[in-house]
Design a binder for this molecule. Structure first.
Ligand SMILES: CCCCCC/C=C\CCCCCCCC(=O)SCCNC(=O)CCNC(=O)[C@H](O)C(C)(C)COP(=O)(O)OP(=O)(O)OC[C@H]1O[C@@H](n2cnc3c(N)ncnc32)[C@H](O)[C@@H]1OP(=O)(O)O
Length: 334
């Protein structure tokens, strides 16, 4: 287990008995793959920096930023991940995060740190609830409720079946796909600039789209996409609390744009997640490939609803996510 600066802090994801059964337990462990070279060690960024909050007082923490989206508002996944770190620090070690519900109420300002104020809402016999306010300039930017539970085995167990898709070793990373695009001489200049900016982002998340066409082409598609995702770098087994917070970070990254897939003639002029909910079903490793199955059952009223499932490689459903976002679009010129 790596030293994370979060060691000894109570709370983790719930290792429910469902997690002990592997619908696809024959899946092979991924061999070591060549890593993209970045200016910094992105594993350190996520584990020892972004999710390693500074304790200022009892139930009061300060978080720093790493990657900021081009919108120049703080990445929602970072705020949710940090809020969950703060919440988990105030619960006993025998309690495990099983869900969180958040509203992004103001844009996060990348120029100043975020304070996280934890309220110990309730300590129960089975369930314990924490409310976290992320604050900047004296005002909340995120309100989050996280619920923790003791391990409670149950005879009631079921899950959907994981979609059958190519394995990550047989797919290209987003960076590889971008480079293929950049090598096309007839690429529109604006698109070239956009792709170069995307390539320069030091995002501590690795993605392999299952349908690269959705990433590269502009055609009408059903509002559904699948991609393999993992945190960059090695985190290791044992610290489920950390994997849970990393999953919160990862889950917001390429989620909301699923709602744009049926409308390729529009591009988002303003998009931001309004709320975000997660349910942690069982143990998982956020530094190992997980399949993110994203779909958007509805869009309207300048909003889009997206739902996601993070599947462990062995076919176990590890995390479910839901989000609504504001989507103000304009006709695409490309
Ligand atoms: C398959 C693999 C592919 C991989 C490739 C991936 C590539 C890139 C991935 C990048 C992913 C990044 C994902 C990032 C997701 C996020 O992190 S979102 C950030 C988290 N969420 C937030 O920050 C939202 C916080 N909340 C808010 O900001 C506010 O609550 C709100 C803006 C939602 C509230 O809206 P409102 O009440 O309208 O606020 P205002 O401040 O008044 O307005 C805000 C702007 O909207 C404009 N506006 C308002 N109303 C209207 C209207 N009726 N019509 C048009 N425009 C309107 C308003 O003018 C403001 O605009 P400006 O800011 O002034 O431009």
């Amino acid at each position: 287990m790596v030293e994370t600066g979060m060691k000894g802090v109570g709370g983790s994801v719930c290792p429910s008995p469902v997690g002990n059964k592997s619908p696809n337990s024959g899946a092979e462990k991924s061999p070591e793959e060549p890593k993209v070279q970045f200016k910094q060690d992105l594993k350190s960024v996520l584990v020892t920096s972004v999710l390693n909050l500074e304790e200022l007082d009892v139930d009061l923490y300060r978080g720093t930023h790493h990657w900021v989206p081009r919108t120049q508002r703080l990445f929602g996944g970072q705020i949710v991940g940090q809020a969950l770190v703060a919440a988990a620090k105030s619960v006993n070690d025998n309690l495990y995060a099983h869900s969180l519900h958040c509203y992004f109420v103001r844009a996060g300002d990348p120029k100043v740190p975020v304070l996280y104020q934890v309220e110990r809402t309730r300590n129960g016999r089975s369930f314990t609830v924490r409310s976290v306010k992320a604050i900047q300039h004296g005002q909340p930017i995120l309100i989050c409720q996280a619920s923790f539970q003791m391990i409670q085995p149950s005879p009631l167990e079921h899950q959907f079946t994981m979609p059958v898709v190519p394995q990550p070793e047989d797919l290209s990373t987003v960076e590889e796909l971008i480079r293929i695009h950049l090598s096309k001489p007839d690429l529109a200049e604006k698109l070239r600039q956009g792709l170069n900016k995307l390539l320069a982002n030091e995002v501590p998340i690795e993605i392999k789209p299952v349908q690269p066409k959705l990433f590269s082409n502009f055609f009408k598609a059903v509002p559904k996409k699948l991609f393999w995702v993992r945190a960059r770098g090695y985190i290791g087994e044992g610290n489920m609390k950390l994997h849970c917070c990393v999953a919160a970070y990862v889950s917001d990254y390429a989620f909301l744009d699923t709602a744009l897939l049926p409308s390729p003639k529009y591009r988002a002029q303003f998009s931001a997640s309004l709320d975000h909910a997660m349910w942690f079903h069982t143990t998982f490793r956020s530094d190992e490939w997980m399949l993110y199955e994203c779909e958007s059952p509805w869009a309207g009223g300048c909003r889009g609803l997206v739902q996601g499932r993070l599947w462990r490689r062995d076919g176990v459903l590890a995390v479910s996510c839901s989000q609504e976002g504001v989507l103000r679009v304009k006709l695409s010129k490309l």
